[in-house]
Design a binder for this molecule. Structure first.
Ligand code: ADP
Length: 161
């Protein structure tokens, strides 16, 4: 069986992430979205909330699963027996970072293939951090995330106000 992981912070999941996951799920027989528990950046949602928001986004996609992980991503790949790791590429910011990550991944686990899929034009500018900024200021983000994610963002920012 061809298995891939799609790791990231997903704080929260956006339509850009979902676009990549949906395409990867057509290439691989099984895709496990890996929610990194402790990324090196401030988080709005807890690990459990990030996992749950993804779970609700993938109900119609039977070969996609979601799981939280800590530590090295390559160890998570080994645990779920993945042959490949999927990442998304936006036009400007991602290439250098993803290239470095691919090199490090190759060094740590040479058998794991690193597969980058290009984002589509509508989502080129979309990142979870910009999304949170826009949502916190009351911007209309309805086209950029599933409905339940928009609601979760509204609730979070209302609770913080
Ligand atoms: P990380 O903290 O690992 O970068 P993210 O949740 O920000 O986690 O992103 C996970 C993956 O999804 C990364 O490969 C990132 O480049 C990709 N990604 C994020 N936003 C988009 C988008 N709008 N279109 C395509 N890929 C994206």
């Amino acid at each position: 069986m061809t298995i891939a992981i799609y790791p990231g912070s997903f704080d929260p999941i956006t339509n850009g992430h979902l676009y990549i996951a949906t395409r990867a799920a057509k290439i691989f027989e099984k895709l496990t979205i890996g929610v990194f528990e402790t990324p090196n950046k401030p988080l709005l949602f807890t690990t459990e909330e990030r996992v749950e928001l993804i779970r609700q986004s993938i109900t119609g996609l039977p070969n996609i699963e979601v799981e939280a992980f800590g530590g090295l991503t390559v160890n998570f790949a080994k645990k779920v027996k993945a042959q490949a790791m999927v990442r998304g590429l936006r036009m400007s910011a991602d290439f250098e970072r993803e290239f470095d990550m691919a090199m490090m991944t190759k060094k740590l686990y040479p058998e794991l293939e690193f597969v980058c899929l290009m984002s589509k034009i509508e989502y080129q500018f979309l990142s979870s951090s910009l999304l949170k900024e826009a949502a916190s200021l009351g911007g209309d983000i309805d086209d950029l995330v599933p409905k339940h994610v928009a609601e979760a963002l509204t609730k979070k920012f209302q609770a913080k106000a």
